[in-house]
Write a protein that binds this ligand. Structure first.
Ligand code: ADP
Ligand code: MG
Length: 429
């Protein structure tokens, strides 16, 4: 029997706030780190996406944070992207009680962020760039920060934020608690740990990389000119899908082409305004948009549950990217399909990437039926045409989870016209 949050030392107000959200059993990374972090130890945690790292650092942060004076937050969470920062803020606020949780990230006006800093923010969740801006304007001062979290440190490194992270850490209190979480702990992340953590407790949970075997991986030979059509069919078959393109322009174009084919799609990339990005994500999470067409950078840290498929419209640049992208689906023990659209001249490159990941699947012709195969999609591919299966699913306790609400499923036999109209929704996954 794993310990409860209370047994790990979480205060009552947090335990009951979490219980209200149906969260009562700590995940492995939480069971491993919360007690040490509550004791004030530095923590260096490695765990794959979706494993519950936000609560692992959020509980100790909320439990131990001090009261902030204007402009001087007491705890700082650094995150690589605006979306992730926003998600962390939202999650923390569900159990933060009287603690004030604020954000600092770019792409939106300064007014609200400055206003809250002036009133006082106990826990500030920030992206490095905007935070440095606010500091240079005299609106934020990190000298009272004695708890720091670096979330998705590997991604910070990938995105070139390490120098900024170092500059920011250098401005925090010398005696501080530093928690670092990352999917990998090598390279720049190891250096960050060495330079900024004091005798950290290390907890490593799960495989070094996300569990790629949780998803079905398919590699399809597709001519460049057929990609959009195949992609549209794959989305139609899989339901909620994240489509990856290499460039912002590519995202816009593919989203437009999918929309033209009756697939509701929205682009998510750094070239869009923050309100546009927020809206795209919200619509995708609600099942109003079936395909979220994203760049690698924009997609990091998006935690939409029940994503049925990932399509590598442009094949991943390397195996790390492949794993991060593919980790958008098959989360939390659910199944999922990952499809790479491979052009003839990319076969060699793809083969070498596959070898690095131990994914030796052959490159085949496009096979939409394989996406639909119930045997492949056991837990997630409910069919609207089978009411009995639907009832059985509704009786299944998992179907009652709030996250299960937004699954959108539709029939293969729908033609393009009905595709573009109101999609049928089912209330189960
Ligand atoms: P990570 O940061 O490791 O990718 P998150 O912290 O975003 O993962 O958690 C993934 C999902 O799991 C979130 O929706 C979160 O609310 C949920 N979750 C986290 N911990 C628990 C738990 N102990 N019980 C149930 N759900 C949890
Ligand atoms: Mg996270």
């Amino acid at each position: 029997m794993p310990p409860t949050f209370a047994q790990l030392g979480a205060p009552d107000f947090i335990v009951s706030a979490l219980a209200q959200r149906g969260i009562s059993q700590p995940f492995a990374i939480q069971a491993a780190t919360v007690a040490d972090a509550l004791d004030g130890r530095d923590v260096c945690g490695r765990a794959p996406t979706g494993s519950g790292k936000t609560l692992a650092f959020g509980i100790p942060l909320v439990a131990g944070v001090g009261n902030a004076e204007p402009h001087k937050p007491r705890a700082l969470v650094l995150a690589p992207t605006r979306e992730l920062a926003d998600q962390i803020k939202t999650e923390l606020r569900t159990f933060a009680g009287k603690r004030r949780v604020g954000v600092a990230y770019g792409g939106v006006g300064y007014g609200a962020q400055i206003g809250s800093l002036r009133r006082g923010v106990d826990i500030l969740v920030a992206c490095p760039g905007r935070l440095e801006d606010l500091i240079s304007q005299g609106e934020a001062n990190l000298s009272a920060v004695d708890k720091v979290v670096i979330d998705e440190a590997d991604r910070m490194a990938d995105m070139g934020f390490i120098p900024a992270v170092r500059r920011l850490l250098d401005q925090t209190a010398t005696w501080r608690q530093t928690m670092l979480f990352s999917a990998t702990l090598d390279g720049d992340v190891a250096t960050l740990t060495r330079d900024y953590q004091r005798d950290p407790v290390r907890h490593e949970v799960g495989d070094e990389t996300p569990d790629i075997r949780a998803a079905d991986h398919m590699f399809w030979n597709v001519a460049k000119t057929d990609r959009t059509e195949i992609c549209a069919e794959a989305v139609d078959a899989a339901g909620s899908t994240v489509v990856f393109c290499r460039t912002r322009h590519g995202c816009d174009r593919v989203a437009k082409q999918l929309n033209g084919r009756g697939i509701r799609a929205a682009a998510l990339h750094g070239g869009r305004s923050q309100p546009q990005r927020t809206r795209a994500l919200a619509e995708f999470a609600a099942g109003e948009v079936q395909a979220l067409v994203a760049t690698d950078v924009a997609a990091r840290g998006i935690h939409v549950e029940g994503v049925g498929a990932v399509v590598h419209y442009d094949i991943a640049a390397d195996h790390k990217t492949y794993l991060h992208r593919s980790g958008r689906t098959a989360r939390a023990g659910q199944g999922g399909v990952v499809v790479s659209l491979v052009q003839p001249e990319q076969v060699k490159e793809l083969r070498s990437m596959q070898r690095k990941m131990g994914l030796e699947q052959p490159i085949t012709d496009a096979d939409i039926a394989a996406i639909r195969q119930p045997s492949r999609r056991q837990t997630r591919h409910r069919t609207l045409e089978r009411p009995a299966a639907k009832r059985a699913a509704a009786d299944h306790p998992e179907a009652k989870r709030p996250a299960a609400k937004h699954r959108s499923r539709h029939r293969r036999s729908n033609n393009n016209r009905s595709r573009s109209k109101g999609r049928q929704r089912s209330s189960q996954r």
